[in-house]
Design a binder for this molecule. Sequence first.
Ligand SMILES: Nc1ncnc2c1ncn2[C@@H]1O[C@H](COP(=O)(O)OP(=O)(O)OP(=O)(O)O)[C@@H](O)[C@H]1O
Ligand SMILES: N[C@@H](CCO)C(=O)O
Length: 291
Amino acid sequence: MLKISVPATSANLGPGFDSIGLALNMQLTLTVLGPRQTWQVSHPFGANVPSDARNLIVKTALSLVPNLTPQRLEVTSEIPLARGLGSSSTAIVAGLALANELSATPITKQALLLKATELEGHPDNVAPAILGGLAVATYADQRVQAVQLPTPDLTASVYVPNEELLTSASRHALPAELPYKQAIAGSSIGNTLVAALAMKNWSLALELLEQDRFHEQYRASLVPALATIRTTAHAMGLVGTYLSGAGPTIVTLGTQTDMSQLQVKLQANPALTGKTFLLPVNTEGLTVHKS
Ligand SMILES: Nc1ncnc2c1ncn2[C@@H]1O[C@H](COP(=O)(O)OP(=O)(O)OP(=O)(O)O)[C@@H](O)[C@H]1O
Ligand SMILES: N[C@@H](CCO)C(=O)O
């Protein structure tokens, strides 16, 4: 039996728009139960997600190896769809890993990262989903260059609203262009964030997480919980709240004790009707087990 696991990821980390992502301990697991006449996918996502060859995992696998023998697949996942926790990346990475395992000529991890990035459009979810931990990556000129940073000594307080927000809709709210000065400010903040993360200067990193210039201000009206949670955290003396991926999930990073206390406050707020999770960083990334 073949089992493939891929973690959820929280992308952007504020100013690291489309380039920084963190893998979190919440998994999609794909179990391959053997060949069938046609592709069959059992999953927990309801009728809107296909259970046959149209399923994103299967479509992705076939895009890499078109002549794969159909299989029966079982998907388990706690990762909510279209909430900013990299669900589409888990499906894409699992599909590519599946094709790779069933193929006589597997591609390298770097080629898998490139293919996953091409399919997702940006590397900030797929890079940490494959590598685990904290990853910084760039996708330009049909190339992906990714660097894994030290695993942050931080825990994520994750607030997941009940409503979906598709990445496509959330990207629609972004401007086509940024004023030059704003881009320079955004890039200097992002660069300093990466330096702080690389030097394990967590307190500076947490401050910089809140100084994005690229996307949060344009998405704010789609994600009212961002302001609510930031204000709650600030009242407790905590910084480190950002919009996870395209939203609507809001993540705050900090010590486990601080994040547990923050979650008590969030759970007590009647305006926040979504779900909360306290998640450690996932260090393993994509894993494949054969038995
Ligand atoms: N395990 C899965 N199997 C099949 N389809 C999936 C799976 N996970 C995600 N999808 C598809 O991807 C869509 C969500 O992708 P989208 O990029 O909008 O959100 P996300 O990846 O959860 O969020 P973000 O990219 O902001 O972190 C779902 O609506 C569904 O169509
Ligand atoms: N960087 C992406 C992540 C979601 O796929 C965004 O914010 O739109």
